[in-house]
Ligand binder design. Sequence first.
Ligand code: FES
Ligand SMILES: [Fe+2]
Length: 410
Amino acid sequence: MGTTAARTLRTTLPARAYTDPAWFEREMEAVFARMWLAAGRDGELQAPGAFVRRDVAGASVLIVRADDRAPSAATALGWDNRAPSAAAALAWNGSLLAFHNVCRHRGTRLCIEEHGRFQGRIQCPYHAWTYGLDGRLLAAPQMDEVADFDRADYPLRPVACESWDGHIFINLSPLDRLGATLSTVEGSDAPDPLSSQIGDLRARFAPWRMDELRMVRRIEYDIATNWKLVVQNYNECLHCPVIHPLLNRMHHYLAAENVPTTETYCGGAMGFKQGVETLSADGKRRRAVLPGLGERERAVVNYFAIYPNFLLTLHPDYMMTITIWPVDPGHTRLVAEWHFHPDEIAKPDFIFEDAIEFWDRTNREDWAISEQSYLGISSRGYQPGPYSEREKQLWEFDQFVLSRVEGLGT
Ligand code: FES
Ligand SMILES: [Fe+2]
């Protein structure tokens, strides 16, 4: 009987899926270099020339607010002869553009700052090749006498970029051939639009009007664990009574009402315990409820892991986002941000520290246990262990990663 039961158990992944550098490289190729990655908020990129840099999966990407007065970047890059259905997959997102942070001359990294503002152009620090904010090569010293050299052939290489209610996403799938005809687009490795990955979440979260919210605080955490253990930790609350004494006073740990898991996200809502209004140190809410929320939405916190790198937590009065940036098999950078409604931010007595303190403490509890998990999994004593019925979402996430990695072939 024991043997039969063992055969039907769903178990955790083998150690190498967490610790092996070759496996990690395959994950970066199969998952992070092909799916849409959450990369920040467009509120941070309001001014022409404002940029952020994101390093992931062997790429460094600049996301830039092009100057609206510049000629259309889509036209400059030769992307304007496409049908509307293909448009969503392009690096053209209003005036928000993304490029590989790599000079077209001899490949030098263009920009070492993580964020900032370009003054109308992007200049390589090596030999001063100079690009417009739309990626066009404007100047290439000493190249004029070179036969067959045409500046138009060397724009910065585009990266697909789309937004969803203020959340910027990038996709590293190759876009180089998109300048040609639509038939080329369809036959290329160009990504499916972001909507194919977020599915019905656009409609589900419309009442939160996330596009209106503004970031007030960011905390970055560098932790010694595998990125998948962060996602798995977020996807279950069985650990809440043990790990999170404070959070456990706010929710009942078995109260999650999850939506059916999809290929690309999982999540659900958790109601509050009696007398709790939001997640803060004492459960009291010190800000107005977000203006679009109905009775049902103000009574819960929504927790959604949008694969592979976005943890979206929606409260009645604020939003917390966490983006996940794998560094190597045993190290992960996490960027947590807290976003509030501008009407609240404008009030002289606006308070937000309660939300940050609550979550910074709770997040650190999660990061600490995720580091311990990694230590155990990477030791000689580890063998895959059985999931409970309430950990089905974790097993499904494992299968999602496995199928993508195995789908790469050898
Ligand atoms: S490598 Fe950039 S200008 Fe030479
Ligand atoms: Fe947790």
